[in-house]
Every structure is written in structure tokens, then in C-alpha cells.
Ligand binder design. Structure first.
Ligand SMILES: [Zn+2]
Length: 194
């Protein structure tokens, strides 16, 4: 498969009122199956290795939609490689995608710019919704800032604990090594992954 031929984008569809769902599009084919975590996908670019729940529920909890297998994204000097594990392979249509890094970079920029433009038009994205309580204990919606949320998540992905966790996942799922015995940084990394 030629790396130059692989492209990603997204489709944004109205869910209910201002709330919209986001679907991943690979080489022009929309992944109809489920909501996808566009925040994690954008944040994972510029990180050596990330293991994200690309298939998820619109609440942001992949397990709630019945997905437990990661998409492992490896960024190399001139390529970005997606290792699609289990359900990801089934729904994304291949066990591996190799992207030309420059193409991938402009696809990610275009995806983020499209999301920002739609948000500016008033579209609400579930993964950027949170809530808080005012002085009278009334709940109100908080709309998170896309760029800030991505930057925060990317910083987390770059942490030593997260990288140790992601490489462990890759060694297990991609290289076929047995899952290691419990060690100390595992709990911390898994906690920060959530
Ligand atoms: Zn959910």
C-alpha cells in the first residue's frame, strides 16, 4: 500500500440541535460504525507513540460503546503508522495504515480547522462539553476550547509514564510479546490515559 495514497478527514453530522457527531473518513470512506475521538487523534500527532480509543461513544468513554481495542499511532521521521488492533482493524478496514508524514500533517491541520470553523458557526461537539455548577447549585454547560484541550492531551501523551504505557501496548499488540508482569508505572500511566 503506497503511503502517499492514504488520507484522513472527517464528516460532521447533526445529532440533536447544536450537538453534532463526528465520523472518521479514511481514503474517502466514512467509518459509519461509530463516533470517533477526533480530539485524541489530533493530539496524538506530534507524539512518538500514542494508543488511543479512536472508536468511542459520544460521551468519550469507549467501553460504554463496547470498544476496548486501541489504535496505536506511531510517528516516525517521514511516516505515520496506524496499527489497528482488533475492533479497530475490523471497522477501519485494515490492520495497518502507513501515511506520508507531510500528507498526514496537512490532513490533521485540515481536520482541526474544519472542526474550529464549525464550532465558530455554533456547532457543539460532545467531547468538548462539560458541566459545572453555579452559586445556586444550578448545573450549566461548559464548552471546552478545542486547541487547549488538544494541547493538554498531547502534553499528557508526551509524558514519560504515558510513553512507557504506549510502548508496552505496542510491544504486546503489534510485536506479539506477552503482557509483562505488573510494574509500578503501569497504574500511573493507565490512570493518566483515562
Ligand atoms: Zn457513553
Amino acid at each position: 500500500m503506497s503511503a502517499q495514497k492514504n488520507h484522513i478527514s472527517c464528516e460532521i453530522e447533526q445529532h440533536d440541535g447544536a450537538l453534532h457527531d463526528v465520523f472518521l473518513v479514511i481514503n474517502g470512506r466514512k467509518i459509519e460504525k461509530t463516533f470517533f475521538d477526533h480530539i485524541a487523534l489530533v493530539a496524538a500527532f506530534g507524539v512518538d507513540l500514542a494508543a488511543i480509543d479512536v472508536l468511542t461513544c459520544n460521551c468519550g468513554n469507549a467501553g460504554c460503546a463496547g470498544y476496548f481495542d486501541p489504535l496505536i499511532i506511531e510517528t516516525r521521521e517521514s511516516q505515520v503508522i496506524w496499527h489497528c488492533i482488533g475492533e479497530c482493524e475490523k471497522h477501519l478496514g485494515a490492520g495497518q495504515y502507513v501515511f506520508d508524514k507531510e500528507t498526514y500533517s496537512s490532513d490533521i491541520d485540515a481536520l482541526q480547522n474544519l472542526l474550529l470553523a464549525r464550532i465558530a458557526d455554533g456547532v457543539r461537539l460532545p467531547l468538548l462539553m462539560d458541566y459545572a455548577f453555579d452559586d445556586d447549585d444550578e448545573e450549566y454547560d461548559v464548552h471546552l476550547d478545542l486547541a487547549g484541550t488538544v494541547a493538554e492531551l498531547r502534553e499528557n501523551y508526551r509524558s514519560e509514564g504515558y510513553q512507557a504505557y504506549a510502548w508496552r501496548l505496542k510491544r504486546h499488540y503489534v510485536d506479539g510479546e506477552p503482557w509483562p508482569d505488573h510494574d509500578d508505572d503501569q497504574d500511573e500511566a493507565e490512570a493518566s490515559h483515562l
